[in-house]
Ligand binder design. Structure first.
Ligand code: ADP
Ligand code: MG
Length: 248
């Protein structure tokens, strides 16, 4: 079982859009995939619950060791793709994680899933909190969407410094450009100078595309809305890069 996370201390950079589309593409390849929506805002839950209203469960019993993680897993409309829906109680995750006695509670919780799940995708809330620390400790790779602006590059530097503090091996932190608008000279300049602006960036850059915004309206992965568009193509390329680095 491999665990990957989409994370950034900034919100609105394309974490959830990437997590949902990558989870869908993985599952369609026959990889049993689980997406855990860790953001109490529940955007990934909204995208993946089809017409159902997925109601997440309180995480308290999981944290206290009273309920196994399997109790929180729900089906999605898609084969081999399961979801742990968001719940408001995730807002207090940080306090609760601090109270936990386990050295790495996240790893302990996820372990029982390994029999049935090949890939776990964590869609993280924007912060550098105790939860972020746990995610960095647990995930085999952390994918970080970065908008090509100076402010976003600065957030990436902060995340990277935080990861370094947590003794995360640099190659586990994997940035990629997100929401790239090549009509903007700054975006072009930064992406074209990626070797200096964002060393270690993946080759794929996700374009700024209105098709991605439509996911919210249709509540479906992009592949099912606009599979011939450039944004869907970019997510397929991103998935190929991610898959190449997974040990499945
Ligand atoms: N590449 C993109 N092009 C255009 N809009 C995007 C793109 N990626 C995300 N969005 C939109 O931006 C908003 C935030 O995206 P989201 O994936 O939820 O970011 P995050 O999880 O980092 O907060 C959403 O409304 C989404 O539809
Ligand atoms: Mg999000």
């Amino acid at each position: 079982m491999q665990v990957i996370a989409f994370h950034n201390l900034k919100g609105g950079v394309g974490k959830t859009s990437a997590a949902v589309n990558i989870a869908y593409l993985a599952s369609q390849e026959g990889i049993s995939t689980l997406l855990w929506d860790l953001d109490p805002q529940g955007a990934a839950t909204w995208f993946l619950s089809g017409d159902d209203q997925q109601i997440g469960k309180k995480l308290g019993p999981l944290i206290k060791g009273k309920s196994p993680i399997g109790d929180f897993v729900q089906h999605t409309p898609y084969s081999r793709l399961e979801l742990i829906p968001a719940h408001q109680s995730a807002r207090n995750f940080d306090i609760k994680l601090n109270q936990s006695n386990a050295e790495n509670p996240f790893k302990t919780w996820l372990k029982p899933l390994s029999e049935e799940t090949a890939l776990i995708i964590l869609d993280c809330p924007p912060s550098l909190s105790e939860l972020a620390e746990q995610v960095l400790k647990t995930a085999n790779a952390i994918y970080v969407p970065v908008i090509p602006t100076w402010l976003s590059l600065n957030s990436w530097q902060q995340m990277n410094a935080f990861a370094k503090d947590q003794k995360v091996k640099p190659k586990r932190m994997r940035p990629f450009f997100s929401m790239v608008d090549r009509r903007k000279s700054l975006h072009r300049e930064i992406v074209d100078n990626r070797a200096t602006a964002l060393p270690r960036a993946l080759t794929t850059a996700i374009p700024n595309a209105s098709a991605i915004e439509k996911m919210g309206e249709h509540r479906k992965p992009l592949e099912l809305i606009d599979r011939h568009g450039r944004a869907a193509r970019a997510y397929r390329e991103l998935w190929l890069e991610i898959r190449a680095k997974l040990k499945l």
